[in-house]
Design a protein around this ligand. Structure first.
Ligand SMILES: [Zn+2]
Length: 371
């Protein structure tokens, strides 16, 4: 199911086999929360050579409803994307975005953000939803509290996450769930809790492991330390997934620490606000200095936006609030990240990843003081 093909230090190139094809790792999954990568359609995703995305089971359960997607023949047919679809349980959004009414031992009671109706999700029911959607890789329901140094809160949340993970795995056999199922490691910044979480989840034997509860406000050094620590405890022959990380520099730092899969709404959200990635750092195309800048977003980028349009044109589209501005920058940002990951794979295979990473970061941060 997962095979590591090359390593360079901690970084690795691997292959993950799913029921909708095999993907190469490291991979970045664009976020299609409500079954659409915002501003793009499936033809754009095809152009971008995107072979895996992540959607959100909890939001699709609320709208349009699982029955609608089931009737359409599953989420792949519904959204016209024939490749790999990961689904997040949605536990993270329910808790973070304030929809929770109560967290019980057996599940989460919450209110719908659409119509305020009351719902109850359990580890079992969220897996059934993901099966009906036709998910290729499903995430268990987990409990990730706000960033805190209160050990007791994190300890309780980690224990509950493990209990829910056990229930998910048992239920997987009962309903004959056909996708892969990933457990989620919690434990905050407490090493002993991380260690216990990993041990308990690895004993349960999931198809892959997400490193959860990070990139939620902890200092960056702490985050990287915990990633290294957790990654080293996880089995080598299973994929490791950092949920919610999408800044180019952090991607490379975490690839170096053995992470294989990433997702984040930031590259596409940033794009909608005018921020584009370049090999010389992020640029904000709203700024006046781009008004007469007729160069492409990135000189070295081969995406059709960079081949056909200038910074000045996109700056103008942003200023007059044309939707196409958001779309063009989204296309560029996703192309950029894919290109970056292709380069990572190339240099891991060559055994020169560390050097590549350092050069990339040096160039990427060279423009930072100006923005
Ligand atoms: Zn481009």
């Amino acid at each position: 199911m997962f095979k590591v093909l090359h390593t360079c230090g901690g970084a690795r190139v691997g292959k993950l086999k799913t029921k909708h094809g095999t993907i190469e790792t490291p991979v970045f999954l664009p976020v299609a929360t409500k079954s659409s990568v915002k501003t793009l359609d499936s033809r754009d995703l095809e152009y971008l050579n995107i072979r895996a995305i992540i959607s959100n089971a909890f939001l699709l359960y609320l709208k349009p409803g699982v029955d609608v997607i089931e009737k359409a023949g599953g989420i792949h047919k519904f959204m016209g994307f024939p490749h790999v679809i990961f689904t997040d349980s949605g536990g993270f959004q329910i808790i973070r975005e304030g929809f929770v009414v109560k967290i019980r031992r057996d599940g989460i009671i919450f209110r719908s953000p659409f119509d305020n109706s009351k719902h109850f999700l359990t580890p079992e029911s969220i897996l059934e939803i993901q099966e009906k959607l036709g998910s290729d890789v499903a995430m268990v329901l987990d409990y990730c509290p706000e960033y805190t140094l209160d050990r007791n809160i994190i300890k309780k949340a980690t224990e509950l996450t493990t209990e829910w993970a056990r229930k998910s795995l048992e239920h997987r056999n009962e309903i004959n769930f056909k996708g892969l199922l990933f457990g989620i490691v919690q434990g905050g910044v407490f090493r002993d809790l991380r260690e216990k979480s990993v041990k308990d989840l690895v004993d349960l034997n999931f198809d892959g492991y997400a490193i959860g509860g990070l990139s939620i406000g902890e200092p960056k050094d702490e985050m990287l330390d915990i990633v290294s620590f957790t990654s080293e405890l996880l089995p080598e022959d299973k994929p490791r997934y950092f949920m919610g990380l999408g800044s180019p520099v952090e991607l490379l730092e975490c690839i170096e620490r053995g992470v294989d899969i990433f997702d984040s709404a930031f590259p596409t959200r940033n794009a909608r606000h005018g921020t584009a990635y370049t090999y010389k750092g992020k640029i904000n195309l709203n700024k006046g200095r781009y008004k007469k800048d007729f160069s492409p977003i990135d000189d070295s980028c081969k995406c059709y936006v960079c081949k056909n349009h200038s910074r000045a044109y996109i700056h103008h589209l942003l200023k007059v609030k044309e939707y196409s501005a958001m779309r063009l920058i989204t296309i560029h940002n996703l192309f950029f990240l894919n290109d970056l990951l292709e380069k990572c794979k190339y240099y891991i295979k060559k055994g020169e990843f560390e050097e590549f990473k350092q050069n990339f970061i040096k160039n990427y941060q060279s423009q930072r003081p100006k923005e």
